[in-house]
Design a protein around this ligand. Structure first.
Ligand SMILES: [Zn+2]
Ligand SMILES: [Zn+2]
Length: 731
């Protein structure tokens, strides 16, 4: 044993492992270990980074069995509120503390990090660069093309253009940047900055009035109402008071444009971004400037809810209804809800922004627990709500899925040199391949799902497990060669549009066309430069773009959601429809939306036509109340999967038995439902089933979980993988 006993204290370290507990390690005094310290430890034979949750003078473990810490990372410890937040997440979502805390740990694997400069959003020639390069280009023709490109672009060349350069030119640019010959352009205040209208001003004042204390404000603004300007003004106020602002955005919405708008609105304020698109080194740098307080604004996706912010003064959650805030694997937390908990703990206000707030948030606002501020008008006084029209999907004039009125509307746009967006929320060519003679339909051998027909390359693909196979020439069941691709995907609509409008410039945006980093941005730049007439794509297109010449939105295949077994499907469809409709006619040109549907009288379409989300929210809330579903009830989902159906059934039968026992033990008023197959009953060769437990009051559910979860962990079931989802957003 090394060292005198009284030199030693014990650090309890939470490690990112599925074990429920934290472990004790020796922490020699000189290391300065405190709660929140990031330390390297050995766990079994693995080395990992853990977080110290406490330092104690004694341990329950025999001293000779306690291992020493390897070392303490040269990073500031996690602040107390972040450690406490992770402890809350662990307790609330019933996940091991080590996993909950691992969400807050910056990517330290970057270890001896190269301090790479963050990739530039744009580069312009500096004065020194102009002189130097002009001289060199004469002698080096290889340089002159790149130099000319920079010289001829007064606003600089954009990130996409840079990404598209040959590797040699990109290396050259990096060297020039290091030499100071090119630089990122200074942010300039946006020239077309519109004066805030009365509603925006009132919203900013209402938010400012909540400064210095916890309160939740729902900022409900129609698409184009200028919520971002309100965020920026509110953030400016908080920053002027010496505070830091945390802005959470959905995955897909985190665009350079958004950051650029904030940079313009907050001159001089340092902005850090945290999202999965950054390299580990970049993320670590941004984490450090957040932790040091240098960054006035931290913009990030759900993980940023854990950002260290010593002077946090305001939290903003943009598009608070967005499902991407809920993590769907690992620790299944909801970043919006966790953000509210954090704001409460820090005693700061939080703003939830949306055009189509989640029913959870609507209910809180109606009950008076949240303040509600409305932006009823579009911020651009020239912009009006788009006209909504419906067209039957099986219109006699329809061609390949395009209804006659939609075709005519697109034709009119082409004639006026305006742009159209056609929204189809399914990628691929067609969602199924069927035999015309017998009942055969192409199915995934590993999932209970149909295979999707893809073109270029022609394949049948499973969207759940990635399985792919050749398209058969004849029905494998009866030999018939008449196989039908059924239904509409983005590729099919793209083909139909190309056939109907052979001269139009068409671009498709879905997961297949945007796998390459920067591909989506490139299309966006092309649309903005009016190099594209018709955009076809999935919900990736629904958010956050302002194209002044885009005046028509077509919606195809939305009825699909009306058949869904998921109780949130209509709420989600509404959010998508309002969002995608908001793409039409953002400025001076009036917009139009053509929805292809067999059910124009459905409440969701009526609400869209009347531009009245609140009416739909009332209807849906009433439905949920009658059916005792969230937000009028609270759910927990136990999902289990295994190769063998028997293993799943046996596990869930035991889990159900334990649930009934736990309900009795905890005297909890909860309803335990019998096990049922999951919506996707088989995935990647695994059988899947689930148990739902519901309660009308949250404390009842918590008491029940206190009794049930330990029993679940004790169940035998080595071959079964299971997970618990508290407040699931999909069943
Ligand atoms: Zn057949
Ligand atoms: Zn599959």
């Amino acid at each position: 044993m090394r060292g005198a006993v009284d030199d030693v204290s014990y650090a309890r370290v939470a490690v990112p492992a599925a074990t429920g507990q934290a472990f004790d390690y020796w922490a020699p005094e000189g290391l300065g270990v405190v709660r929140g310290s990031l330390v390297r430890v050995r766990l079994a034979r693995r080395r990992c980074v853990g977080v110290v949750t406490g330092v104690h003078a004694t341990s329950e473990i025999a001293r000779e069995r306690v291992q020493p810490l390897d070392d303490v990372l040269a990073l500031p410890p996690l602040p107390e509120d972040v450690v406490a937040l992770a402890e809350f997440v662990s307790a609330y979502y019933r996940e091991p503390i080590g996993l909950a805390l691992s969400l807050a740990v910056p990517p330290v694997r970057a270890g001896a990090r190269r301090r790479a400069l963050a990739p530039p959003q744009a580069l312009v020639l500096t004065e020194a660069g102009s002189a130097e390069l002009a001289a060199r280009a004469v002698r080096a023709p290889a340089l002159s093309a790149l130099f000319a490109k920079l010289r001829d672009a007064p606003g600089g060349i954009g990130g996409e253009a840079i990404a598209a350069l040959a590797p040699r030119d990109r290396r050259r640019l990096a060297a020039w940047r290091a030499a100071g010959w090119v630089a990122e352009p200074e942010p300039t205040a946006s020239a077309r900055r519109v004066e805030p209208n009365d509603a925006q001003r009132a919203a900013v004042e209402a938010i400012a009035a909540t400064a210095g204390r916890f309160s939740v404000t729902l900022l409900q603004g129609v698409t184009g109402s200028g919520k971002t300007d309100v965020y920026a003004a509110a953030a400016a106020g908080a920053i002027a008071g010496g505070g830091q602002v945390l802005l959470l955005v959905p995955e897909i919405n985190l665009t350079p444009q958004l950051t650029a708008r904030f940079a313009a609105a907050l001159p001089g304020a340092r902005i850090a971004t945290l999202h999965s698109g950054l390299s580990d080194g970049e993320r670590l740098d941004h984490w450090a400037v957040a932790a040091s307080g240098e960054a006035a604004l931290v913009v990030g996706t759900r993980l940023a809810v854990y950002a260290p912010l010593p002077r946090l003064a305001l939290v903003i959650v943009d598009e608070e209804h967005d499902p991407s805030y809920k993590q769907q694997d690992g620790v299944r937390y909801h970043a919006r809800d966790v953000a509210i908990v954090r704001a409460r703990a820090r005693g700061v206000p939080i703003v939830l922004g949306s055009a189509t707030p989640s029913l959870e948030t609507v209910l809180h606002a109606r009950a008076g627990r949240y303040a509600r501020v409305v932006l009823p008008e579009r911020a651009d006084p020239r912009a009006r709500a788009p006209a909504i029209r419906f067209a039957p999907e099986d219109d006699p004039g329809a061609r390949e899925g395009l209804a006659g009125p939609l075709v005519e509307a697109i034709r009119a746009r082409l004639a006026r040199r305006e742009q159209s967006l056609v929204f189809v929320n399914r990628r691929g060519y067609a969602p199924s391949l069927k035999c015309a003679a017998c009942a055969w339909e192409a199915g995934c051998p590993r999932c209970s799902a149909r295979l999707v027909v893809h073109r270029e390359p022609a394949r049948l693909r499973c969207h759940h497990c990635g399985h792919a196979e050749r398209i058969p020439r004849a029905c494998p069941s009866c030999g018939n060669v008449d196989l039908h691709a059924r239904g509409l995907g983005t590729q099919r609509i793209e083909a139909a549009l190309a056939q109907a409008f052979p001269d139009a410039r068409i671009a498709r945006v879905d997961r297949d066309t945007t796998r390459v980093r920067g591909a989506f941005e490139a299309v966006r730049e092309q649309v903005a430069a009016e190099g594209i007439d018709i955009l076809v794509g999935t919900q990736m297109l629904a958010k956050g773009h302002d194209f002044p010449r885009l005046t028509l939105v077509g919606v195809i295949g939305a009825d699909h959601a009306l058949y869904s077994a998921d109780f949130r499907a209509v709420e989600r469809l509404a959010a998508l429809l309002f969002q995608v409709a908001g793409r039409a006619g953002r400025a001076a040109l009036p917009g139009e939306v053509v929805v292809q549907t067999a059910f124009p009288a459905h409440a969701v379409y009526r609400a869209l036509a009347a531009d009245d989300y609140d009416a739909l929210a009332s209807d849906l809330l009433e439905e949920r109340r009658v059916a005792a579903l969230p937000p009028h009830a609270h759910l927990v989902l136990l999902a289990a999967e295994a190769v063998s159906r028997d293993d799943v059934d046996r596990f869930l039968a035991a889990a159900e038995h334990e649930a009934r026992a736990a309900r009795a033990r905890g005297r909890a008023a909860v309803e335990v439902h019998a096990p049922v197959p999951s919506l996707l009953a088989r995935r990647a060769g695994h059988e899947r089933a689930q148990i739902v437990v519901q309660a009308s009051r949250r404390p009842e559910l918590a008491r029940f979980l206190d009794a049930w979860v330990p029993a679940l962990r004790a169940l035998p079931g080595r071959r079964v993988r299971w997970s618990l989802d508290v407040d699931p957003i999909a069943l």
